[in-house]
Design a protein around this ligand. Structure first.
Ligand SMILES: O=C(CO)[C@@H](O)[C@H](O)COP(=O)(O)O
Length: 226
């Protein structure tokens, strides 16, 4: 059994005092910093790049930084994020010209690698790359904005991916992102997820520890898979 990981999305953090806010959420019990990179091209929003990732490292953040690239093209920004201190880099397969090459670039740069699937993206992109994946991230909202509602069909997709991971025998995290809250996290875990991105559910509350504790209490009602 492996631990469940809670990864607050800093898209909902206070950008005017990002270092402090990230420190606060990690002190409150978060495991991983989820870092959303949007390019106003692949998705209709514009956020943060490698300089901000490096600034967090320089500020003293030592937790894993999980960089979710919502950018097209993918490859040219990978080395910059690796140099900036990213731990995990995930990208959308339909945004890459050569999925295997992008995964290889991430690994060669010393990071964990993953593919991200939008609600409408088919899972066949997994077919020939399972051995190269550390993470599979299922979006449970359409990418671009925080604060959207969880799309229920993600539960079935999670179950399908969980079966594929278990059948593969590889050590792959199953991450979910979008609309994750205290009141649905147990159901999402039961469908097979073991890493939970939550933005607005955590950062909209004054007491991060209280929300994270509530999430962990809900997760304790289910068992992590594999
Ligand atoms: O990548 C994205 C959106 O594109 C997510 O990481 C959201 O930022 C999650 O926010 P909430 O749905 O938890 O508010």
């Amino acid at each position: 059994m492996r631990p469940f990981l809670i990864a607050p999305s800093i898209l909902s953090a206070d950008f005017a005092r990002l270092g402090e806010d990230v420190d606060a959420v990690l002190s409150a019990g978060a495991d991983v910093v989820h870092f959303d990179v949007m390019d106003n091209h692949y998705v209709p929003n514009l956020t943060i790049g490698p300089m901000v990732c490096k600034a967090l490292r320089d500020y003293g953040v030592t937790a894993e930084i999980d960089v979710h690239l919502m950018v097209k093209p993918v490859d040219r920004i990978i080395p910059d994020f690796a140099d900036a201190g990213a731990s995990i880099i995930t990208f959308h397969p339909e945004a890459s010209e050569h999925i295997d090459r992008s995964l290889q670039l991430i690994k060669e740069a010393g990071c964990k690698a993953g593919l991200v699937f939008n609600p409408g993206t088919p899972l066949h992109y997994l077919d020939h790359v399972m051995d190269k994946l550390d993470v599979i991230l299922l979006m449970s909202v359409n990418p671009g904005f925080g604060g959207q509602s969880f799309i229920p069909s993600t539960l079935d997709k999670l179950r399908q991916v969980r079966e594929r991971i278990d059948a593969s025998g590889f050590d792959i995290r199953l991450e979910v992102d979008g609309g994750v809250k205290v009141d649905n996290i147990a159901e999402i875990a039961a469908a097979g997820a073991d890493m939970f991105v939550a933005g607005s559910a955590i950062f909209s509350q004054p007491d991060y520890k209280a929300v994270i504790d509530e999430m962990r209490a809900e997760l304790a009602t289910t068992e992590a898979k594999s």
